[in-house]
Ligand binder design. Sequence first.
Ligand SMILES: CC(C)(COP(=O)(O)OP(=O)(O)OC[C@H]1O[C@@H](n2cnc3c(N)ncnc32)[C@H](O)[C@@H]1OP(=O)(O)O)[C@@H](O)C(=O)NCCC(=O)NCCS
Length: 159
Amino acid sequence: MSLSLRPARRDDAALILAFVRELADYEKLRHEVEAELADIERDLFGSNPRVFCDIAEWDGAPAGFALWFYNYSTFRGRHGIFLEDIFVRPAFRSRGIATALMRALAQRCVTEKLGRFEWNVLDWNAPAIRFYRSVGAIPLDAWTTQRVDGEALERLAAG
Ligand SMILES: CC(C)(COP(=O)(O)OP(=O)(O)OC[C@H]1O[C@@H](n2cnc3c(N)ncnc32)[C@H](O)[C@@H]1OP(=O)(O)O)[C@@H](O)C(=O)NCCC(=O)NCCS
């Protein structure tokens, strides 16, 4: 039994989209997934990509993924990593796969002298929150995520 991590390749685009949809199903947010194959291909595998993906394989079978990008902290004066998605297929859970994906990103933070490694989690997702505690993450209770999209975004843009 062996685990391997590797950067995603262009021919993983359909797999990545499948992982995104499986994660959205778990989060009961499948209706919000608008991304199509062409979006993944363009943004992860076009010229000068700004979003990245690591694939975890267990004995060669696709088991999970982490999708991330660089953000920036003016307080730290350094870039950081924002983890957009992490997901391990149910059949492969509790084998340390997510821990390995997180460790690889933590190692990137250390190697690249990045200031922070952070992400959002839904407040009802107790198993994931327990997992995050196990890797040393602490919740930022004073902060909430704010978003403008859809018609509100159009209105703001129109002035
Ligand atoms: C959360 C998730 C990524 C963890 O993946 P995983 O590969 O099973 O995690 P690991 O095996 O590395 O877990 C390490 C430790 O975290 C804790 N942990 C992980 N999953 C857990 C769970 N479902 N319940 C309780 N503790 C859990 C345990 O301490 C675990 O060690 P153990 O299984 O040896 O006891 C996976 O359960 C998942 O994909 N969940 C659905 C999607 C999701 O919630 N993603 C995060 C969205 S923010």
